[in-house]
Design a protein around this ligand. Structure first.
Ligand SMILES: [Zn+2]
Length: 51
């Protein structure tokens, strides 16, 4: 198991605004489950706050 490599980021759909947390590096950024648009990184999340 790898440790300390995964970075949580917020992925956001530029079309409808749907957001989802993903952990990078990922092979492929997810597509929006609502409209199917390729999601983009919204912001880096600060690890260890408000879990
Ligand atoms: Zn969408």
């Amino acid at each position: 198991m790898e440790r300390g490599k995964m970075e949580p980021v917020e992925a956001k759909c530029p079309k409808c605004g749907y957001t989802e947390i993903v952990y990078i590096p990922v092979e492929e950024f997810p597509k929006c489950p609502r409209c199917g648009t390729q999601m983009v990184i919204n912001e880096l999340l600060d690890e260890g706050k408000s879990y």
